[in-house]
Design a binder for this molecule. Structure first.
Ligand code: GCB
Length: 604
């Protein structure tokens, strides 16, 4: 799905701002009051998360109405008017001028509706019924009695994951007017030949609507706007494929995040220009070979974090200044990478990463999945996850910053708690997960073969699931959930486990989570759990262990910043305190420590 753009053929306007808002716990639903009149009720910010704005709705789960008006004009037969939502958590039922337009299930990814037949000249009224119920059949699931979060964390609201379940229209809403003949999607695959001249290539595949025959004129422009390749290709059956060669290509990398622009113009069979689109992308390759992840043929070492979209008042809403602020803190520390734990982040974050040279592991919202004898539920999740992976790949395929797809965080077998204490897993439960992930990764590979696929495995989880990954991600809390307060014993445990995994898997291993809860300002000598000193000890120990093992392809500290969770005995002040920054982005000692390690090794 193409990021909205305006030019002489297309006009995309955000419908952001203040909308009328009303929760609807009784499910009065389609009562005229909410979609046929603009209620005088409360105003909410779009984008925003209702939980941060209205104290009495902090924990609200259920239906809520959003209503606004915008000016447009009814499109003629040669135009199309569409409505796009970048992210609504969790589901959205949409009405335009009192007529239902459609329904979408699933947060964090965009969806759109063609509303050409419903739009009017002048004022148009848009109503959205948002629902954020936590349900065991949703992805991510909630209200699941079998989740360790219900037993161990006793978290409220009842999530099956360790972050706050923010609700609302959390990213922009767009109204777009397009020519009936237009570009629907554009995907690139890039690479290069190692000849003397380093010739790069861009394979472009474009889908077109509204014309049986058309031509696509393309120019590939470098960062200065100079043309480096051009060509015109025929559209057949609504699709067109073109290849551009770029002699002397400037490859994209963290050290030189060089971007090219593919400028496209779509012409109908009479040669009349009907649409244009400018796609920013970079030329680079990602491969896994000999226990290394290679970017442009060279091993890369990931230094960074698992993150969250989370900030006071904004909740999970798009927050452009925060994207830049975090990027600058990455630069300050010498970090080069993050994972979009545990859901796809706003596309704006990836546009920023492309330009800043950050390496991103892009994750679907499959967190909290539990595999046991719940076959029906698993089958339902699989369909949802395939859809999420498809939509994620379609949205993010062209971002050079995205180096890997993650299809889950910490899936578990239903006997996880017993297994964590050392018992053997039920093989049928393991097999249920194996079948699930084989099917999911296969579906992903149909859409993108140019990037590795992975999942982040929980400590004590089945190795069989890690074996399915191109590169392995493991979340490890040695010195925290295991052998807390006992750094030297934790080091020995970690070394032994890592070496055994390497022996068995012979693949690059990323430690995708490690860390310690730390109350900013709490100090102790000798170091003990929750102190800033102890957090540094856990990070130092893990960095040291990894430094001796070249097949460790990267380290992502959990977490970049403290983040909001539900309430529960494990989460003082309803925060996860494993950030190396506070939620407001003040550095703990650990941030300075990482800077000393990462900046030094960047200079080496
Ligand atoms: C994990 C999860 C992450 C939690 C973290 C923790 O393994 O992947 O979502 O927040 O542990 O702090 O417990």
């Amino acid at each position: 799905m193409l990021y909205p753009q305006s030019n002489r053929f297309r006009c995309s306007l955000p419908v952001d701002g203040f909308w009328s808002f009303q929760v609807d716990p009784e499910g009065v639903g389609e009562q005229e009051a909410w979609w046929n009149g603009l209620p005088a009720g409360r105003q909410i910010a779009v984008p925003g998360s209702w939980n941060e704005l209205f104290p009495e709705h902090r924990d609200y789960l259920g239906d809520a109405w959003y209503v606004t008006e915008f000016d447009a004009f009814a499109p003629g037969p040669d135009s199309v008017l569409s409505l796009r939502f970048d992210s609504v958590n969790y589901s959205a039922r949409v009405w335009l001028n009192g007529t239902e337009v459609g329904f979408h299930e699933g947060g964090h990814l965009p969806f759109e509706f063609n509303v050409s037949d419903l739009a009017r000249d002048g004022r148009n009224r848009l109503a959205v019924l948002v629902n954020n119920d936590l349900r065991p059949d949703r992805v991510p699931p909630g209200n699941a009695s079998d989740s360790p979060f219900s037993s161990m964390m006793s978290s409220f609201p009842p999530t099956s994951f360790d972050f706050f379940p923010y609700g609302g229209i959390q990213r922009p809403v767009w109204v777009s007017m397009l020519d009936a003949v237009h570009i629907v999607s554009a995907g690139v695959e890039t690479g290069f030949d190692c000849n003397d001249d380093l010739t790069g290539y861009v394979n472009l595949r474009v889908e077109v609507a509204g014309a049986a025959a058309a031509r696509l004129a393309c120019q590939v422009l470098d960062a200065g706007g100079g043309m480096v390749a051009e060509g015109t290709c025929d559209v057949k059956d609504g699709t067109v494929e073109c290849r551009f060669e770029l002699p002397g290509v400037r490859l994209w990398s963290p050290a030189d995040p060089h971007l090219y622009t593919v400028a496209m113009e779509l012409r109908d069979d009479e040669g009349k220009a009907r649409d244009a689109y400018r796609l920013e992308t970079g030329v680079r390759t990602v491969e896994v070979r000999d226990s290394r992840i290679l970017l442009n043929g060279e091993p890369i070492h990931l230094k960074g974090f698992g993150k969250h979209e989370d900030f006071p008042v904004h909740g999970r809403a798009l927050n452009l200044p925060l994207i830049v602020k975090d990027g600058e803190l990455f630069r300050w520390m010498g970090a080069n990478s993050y994972r979009t734990s545990h859901y796809p982040y706003a596309e704006e974050a990836l546009r920023y990463a492309d330009r800043a040279g950050l390496l991103v592991i892009d994750e679907i919202p499959a967190v909290g999945l539990m595999f046991g004898d719940n076959g029906d539920r698993i089958a339902g999740w699989l369909e949802v996850c395939k859809g999420q992976l498809r939509d994620l790949i379609r949205r993010d395929l062209n971002h050079p910053s995205v180096i890997m797809w993650s299809v889950a965080n910490e899936p578990m077998t239903a006997d996880f708690m017993a297994r964590f204490r050392g018992a053997d897993a039920n093989p049928a439960f393991v097999d249920a997960g194996t079948d699930f992930f084989v099917a999911l990764v296969d579906a992903g590979k149909e859409l993108d073969r140019s990037r590795p696929f992975s999942l982040a495995g929980v400590m004590g989880g089945p190795v069989e699931w890690l074996e399915l990954c191109d590169a392995v991600m493991i979340n490890r809390y040695w010195g925290w959930y295991r052998l807390g307060g006992q750094i030297e014993q934790a080091r020995a445990g970690m070394e032994e486990e890592l070496d055994a995994l390497h022996e068995r898997l012979a693949k690059p291993i990323i430690i995708a989570e490690f860390g310690a809860d730390t109350i900013a300002g709490h100090h102790s000598e000798p170091a003990e759990m929750f102190s800033e000193e102890y957090q540094v000890d856990v990070l130092r120990m893990t960095l040291d262990v990894a430094a001796e093992r070249p097949w460790i392809a990267g380290l992502h500290v959990w977490n970049f910043a403290d983040f909001k969770t539900g309430q529960g005995v494990m989460r003082p002040a309803s925060l996860n305190h494993k950030g190396v920054f506070t939620r407001e982005r003040r550095p703990k000692m650990a941030a300075h420590f990482l800077r000393s390690r990462w900046r030094e090794d960047a200079a080496a």
